[in-house]
Write a protein that binds this ligand. Structure first.
Ligand code: ATP
Ligand code: MG
Length: 230
């Protein structure tokens, strides 16, 4: 069990296949330093989610290895590894309980004050306070009564509270109104600050701000650099 990681991630000649003839990931190498953002871009089926799956140890590389702070992640238990990750995904996972508990999710030792502080940083506080029961508003699994963008803000609040070493961000593509979109972008800036972020990027703005852009095509990195160099 590992107590602390800084979040320097390195993929060293990683190849992987889900079982078919051709490798889904072909000899991928890159490194990300603590606090940096790496944007994974490329067409559908390119292998972006597979790279994240490997990082989470849902699958093992067939060749090569993945290191965090120089430790081969195969030596870290999945459970221990998972404690260092936070997620903001397109499909926000909600469960039937109050907004407060939905934000507290997984961080059972977090106080109500900490939940609200996280919601404030995530720009979620103001919409929550406009709901008849505020933080005690009951949500359903499908989030009836709150918008897609507001679900994203809840998800960001949850991640801020979790304070992960490594953030996995799969940007939402669904239609979110401009005002909420600005709130989301601002909240994400706050969340991404000072932690290693992997973002499956759909927005030009996110790509422009990334320290490193990896263009994935057919399981290979076909281009890399930052927005100026590409
Ligand atoms: P998208 O932009 O659509 O999310 P992606 O870049 O994330 O695409 P992946 O999901 O990594 O692409 O898929 C890469 C390849 O691996 C695709 O050909 C896909 O069909 C295949 N694949 C993905 N998951 C599995 C799986 N669990 N079992 C078998 N093949 C899979
Ligand atoms: Mg994907």
């Amino acid at each position: 069990r590992i107590e602390h990681l800084n979040g320097n991630v390195e993929f060293q000649n990683v190849s992987f296949s889900y079982g078919r003839e051709e490798n889904t990931i072909k000899n991928i190498s890159f490194s990300v330093k603590t606090g940096q953002t790496v944007a994974l871009v490329g067409p559908t089926g390119a292998g972006k989610s597979t790279i994240i799956n490997l990082l989470m140890r849902l699958y093992e590389p067939h060749e090569g290895a993945i290191y965090i702070d120089g430790i081969n992640i195969q030596k870290i238990t999945r459970e221990s590894l998972r404690s260092f990750y936070g997620f903001v995904l397109q499909e926000v996972f909600l469960f039937e309980d109050t907004i407060r508990e939905n934000i507290r999710f997984g961080q059972l030792d977090a106080s109500d004050e900490e939940v609200e502080a996280a919601a404030k940083k995530a720009n979620a506080h103001s919409f929550i306070m406009k709901l008849p029961n505020g933080y005690d508003t009951k949500l359903t699994e499908d989030g009836a009564g709150i918008s897609q963008g507001q679900k994203q803000l809840i998800s960001i609040a949850r991640a801020i509270l979790r304070n992960p070493t490594i953030l996995i961000l799969d940007e939402a593509t669904s239609n979110i109104d401009t005002v909420t979109e600005i709130q989301i972008q601002e909240a994400l800036q706050c969340l991404m600050k000072n932690r290693t972020t992997f973002v499956i990027a759909h927005r030009l703005n996110t790509i422009q701000n990334a320290d490193q852009i990896l263009v994935i095509h057919d399981g290979e990195i076909i281009e890399r650099g930052n927005h100026e160099s590409l």
